[in-house]
Design a protein around this ligand. Sequence first.
Ligand SMILES: CC(C)(COP(=O)(O)OP(=O)(O)OC[C@H]1O[C@@H](n2cnc3c(N)ncnc32)[C@H](O)[C@@H]1OP(=O)(O)O)[C@@H](O)C(=O)NCCC(=O)NCCS
Length: 449
Amino acid sequence: MSLPFNFTFVPWFRSVAPYIHKFRNQTFVVGVCGEAIAAGKLPNLAQDLALIQSMGVKIVLVHGFRPQVNEQLKAKNHSPKYFKGIRITDEVSLDCAQEAAGQLRYEIEAAFSQGLPNTPMAGATVRVISGNFLTARPVGIVDGVDFQHSGVVRKIDTAGIMRSLDMGALVLMSPFGFSPTGEAFNLAMEEVATSVATALQADKLIFVTEVPGIATDITLPVSEDNPIDTELPLDSAEKMLLELPEANQPGDTAFYLQHCVKACKGGVERSHIIPYAVDGSILLEVYVHDGIGTMVVDEKLESLREASVDDVGGILQLIEPFEKDGTLVKRSRTEIERDVGLYTVIEHDGVIFACAALYTYPEARTAELAALTVSPDVQGQGDGDRVLKRIEQRAKLAGLDSIFVLTTRTMHWFIKRGFVQVDPDWLPDARKRKYNWDRKSQVLVKNIL
Ligand SMILES: CC(C)(COP(=O)(O)OP(=O)(O)OC[C@H]1O[C@@H](n2cnc3c(N)ncnc32)[C@H](O)[C@@H]1OP(=O)(O)O)[C@@H](O)C(=O)NCCC(=O)NCCS
């Protein structure tokens, strides 16, 4: 007999819930490189963005068009020229860029208008708004090189974009801008996305790119020994950039990284570099714990800390499945609200992934470690150990000699970590009175002196 389909679906869907709640009403700026569209990834990307938008996220989409412009240039026997990662836009290139941008806008609007039954877009109504949200100025002459019609961002119409987002629309921007004299300028997608994210103080800037992310050693290719760094603190990212030669080609890993760093320094807390080559990469990055690409962050994302009243909901959500299957004793919301100061938690990107509480019995110079829980998504990565160590520190600071735990299923985990089994009679009197003799929990003690 096949397994009922809710066997995996329900726990999986629930595991995504904290992210859905967290990201509702947040603003994401998504920069998609032109290569992704040339590779035929647009329909799936539009489906994923429509889904994210339907969960309450405000989206600004900035498209790139490098290969599309180069294709047009090739047809005109004109070769593309770059300096320091920026295109030199002469008259011919400007024509090609305008044609490519026009064509791409139609394609993107069409992709968001799909709605065939039995596809992820069925029932989706995504209103796409694009417009002159960006004022540009010329790059000018740099190191003796005249960039002609290449521009940089001068001003972003933040109020206009916000109004469109508040209407429930997805804002689409091309890497094009106009000067107050009405002159058109070609810009780099990365620069536009970074400037928009900074101007809006977006919650996330996401680059969907031809690179898989940032390797631990950025100078070497990604491999098993040199994996993608899923989380890169801002200061490490800045150090990496100093070690690298200046990006000379758009699309270089360093080129994306320098824009992520710029966004982070401009107040966008999280900037991501993810590969378009992996189908659904944006969903994997946003709704899965470690994601798939690299996230540059302006803070320590995963923090082990004492809980506060804001964590009550997260703790309840974490322990509930273990209460249901009998691994943990049921605790009410009121009880957790009352005792939340006794909890230690591990938080990652705003979501609680592990917790434990410490109930002291000073008269017996001991304390109970209770409700130690690590989310099934991240078990086996040492988080249980980290929480246990912090709890031991708290107990030591309180001047206690030992900690104890009552468990029916996790004895071996504790024994491996220095706990020994004792008779329930060992328990401090106040705890013994509450001992549930029917549950037959084992009592394990660890000396912490
Ligand atoms: C017990 C628990 C907290 C461990 O968290 P964790 O982050 O996975 O722990 P760590 O990564 O530090 O340790 C993982 C190791 O513990 C082992 N382990 C996990 N659950 C275990 C159990 N019930 N009994 C024995 N060993 C266990 C894993 O196999 C792994 O072993 P390995 O390192 O040899 O591969 C977690 O499994 C959990 O939340 N369980 C459900 C709630 C629970 O039982 N809490 C204790 C209540 S008193």
